[in-house]
Design a protein around this ligand. Structure first.
Ligand SMILES: Cc1cc2nc3c(=O)[nH]c(=O)nc-3n(C[C@H](O)[C@H](O)[C@H](O)COP(=O)(O)OP(=O)(O)OC[C@H]3O[C@@H](n4cnc5c(N)ncnc54)[C@H](O)[C@@H]3O)c2cc1C
Length: 316
C-alpha cells in the first residue's frame, strides 16, 4: 500500500472525535492514499462516520472484545500493518495507544513518535513535531531508514475533514490472540461535571494566582454574572479546587469554540496556551508584566485579579 493507515478509535461503541482529526492529519501527508481501520465488535456501524473526503478505504476489523485490550490491539494492528505495509500509521495519543503502540513499534523496528502535534512530508521525508523537555522546546523527529512509521497524534490539534465520501469498504480478519489481561470493570473518570469546555464561547479561567481554594467562589460568581464558563489552569484542577473537566490546555480541554477568553492569575505556560492561544479575543490579568500570557493577549491588565474581579462585579 505504502500509503497512510489510520487507526480509528472508539470507546464503548462511540467513535472518538480524534478519529476524524487523524484523517485530517492524514490529508496533510502529500496525497498518500489513506485507509482507515476500525477495530471493534460490529465495526461496520462506524463506516458511515469514517466515510469522509480523502479516505480511499475503510477497513473493518471484527473483534470479540467489548473493552480495549492491549494484546488484542497489538496483534490485530500488527497483522494489518504487515498485510498493508503502510508508510505511515496514524493513531491517537491516548490511553489506548499507550498500551500497545510502543511495543508494536519496538517489536517490528518501526519508526515511532508519540504526542505529535504537527506532521508533514517534505521531499518524501516524514517529519513529526512533538514537545521535548517537559514541553519547553519543540522537537522535530525524522525516521531515516524506516519503511513504516507509527505516529501517535495529540487530540484537538488537527482539523477533521468535512463532508461525506464513498470509500471502498473491506473486512480484515485479525488473528486469534490469547490476551494476558482481563477487563474487570469500566469506571468513568471521577471529578467531572457536565460542562463541556470545548463548546463554551466565553471562558473565564483562573490560575494559581487565586492563591487559595476559598477564593474560587468569588470567581465562580463573577463568571456567572458575566455569563462566562469558569475554566482553570492545571494546578487548580490538580488541587481539586475545580473538576478536571474545567482544565484548559494540553492535558485538559481545548477552548475550541471560544471567542472570548479571560485569563486571571494564569502565567501562560506553553501547556496552557496549547488549549487557548487560538482564541480571537484574549484578555489577561496578571501582576507580572512579564507573564507569558500577555504574549497571546489582545488586551492585558497588569494588576491584581481580586481588585479587577471586584471592579467587574460592581458593573455586572
Ligand atoms: C505534560 C504537561 C502537561 C500540562 N498540561 C497543562 C494543561 O493542560 N493546562 C495547564 O494549565 N497547565 C498544564 N501543565 C502545567 C503548566 O506547565 C503550568 O505549570 C501551569 O499552566 C501553570 O498554571 P498557572 O498559570 O495557574 O500557575 P503559575 O504558573 O504559578 O502562574 C500563576 C500566575 O498568577 C500570577 N498572580 C499571582 N497572584 C496574582 C494576583 N493577585 N493577581 C494577578 N496575578 C497574580 C503570577 O504572576 C503568575 O503569573 C502541564 C504541564 C506538563 C508538564
Amino acid at each position: 500500500m505504502s500509503g497512510v493507515l489510520v487507526i480509528a478509535e472508539q470507546r464503548r461503541g462511540e467513535l472518538r472525535p480524534v478519529s476524524l482529526e487523524l484523517l485530517g492529519a492524514a490529508q496533510a501527508l502529500g496525497g498518500l492514499p489513506v485507509a482507515v481501520a476500525v477495530l471493534a465488535p460490529n465495526p461496520a456501524r462506524f463506516v458511515p462516520a469514517l466515510s469522509v473526503p480523502g479516505v480511499a478505504e475503510v477497513i473493518t476489523v471484527e473483534l470479540a472484545i467489548s473493552e480495549f485490550d492491549p494484546d488484542t490491539f497489538e496483534s490485530a494492528v500488527g497483522a494489518l500493518i504487515r498485510a498493508r505495509a503502510p508508510a505511515v500509521v496514524l493513531m491517537a495519543h491516548s490511553v489506548d495507544s499507550f498500551g500497545y503502540a510502543a511495543a508494536l513499534a519496538a517489536r517490528h523496528g518501526y519508526g515511532f513518535a508519540t504526542d505529535v502535534f504537527k506532521v508533514e512530508r517534505t521531499g518524501g521525508e516524514l517529519i513529526a513535531t512533538r514537545g521535548g523537555y517537559g514541553q519547553k522546546v519543540n522537537v522535530e523527529v525524522d525516521f531515516p531508514g524506516r519503511d513504516t512509521v507509527i505516529l501517535a497524534l495529540r487530540a484537538n490539534v488537527f482539523k477533521p475533514p468535512e463532508g461525506t465520501a464513498a470509500p471502498v469498504v473491506s473486512a480484515f480478519e485479525a488473528p486469534a490472540v490469547e490476551s494476558r489481561s482481563l477487563g474487570r470493570e469500566y469506571i468513568e473518570p471521577p471529578g467531572g461535571d457536565d460542562v463541556d469546555m470545548s463548546t463554551a464561547e466565553f471562558i473565564l479561567s483562573i490560575g494559581r494566582g487565586i492563591g487559595e481554594e476559598a477564593k474560587v467562589a468569588q470567581f465562580r460568581e463573577l463568571a456567572q454574572a458575566l455569563g462566562a464558563t469558569l475554566g482553570c489552569s492545571r494546578p487548580i484542577a490538580d488541587a481539586g479546587w475545580l473538576p478536571k473537566s474545567r482544565q484548559v490546555g494540553q492535558s485538559g480541554k481545548t477552548a475550541s469554540a471560544c471567542k472570548l477568553y479571560v485569563a486571571m492569575g494564569v502565567s501562560g505556560a506553553i501547556q496552557h496556551l496549547a488549549g487557548m492561544k487560538h482564541v480571537a479575543t484574549i484578555v489577561a490579568v496578571n501582576t507580572d508584566a512579564e507573564a507569558s500570557i500577555f504574549s497571546v493577549a489582545k488586551y492585558g491588565i497588569v494588576g491584581d485579579i481580586f481588585e479587577i474581579a471586584e471592579e467587574l462585579r460592581r458593573h455586572f
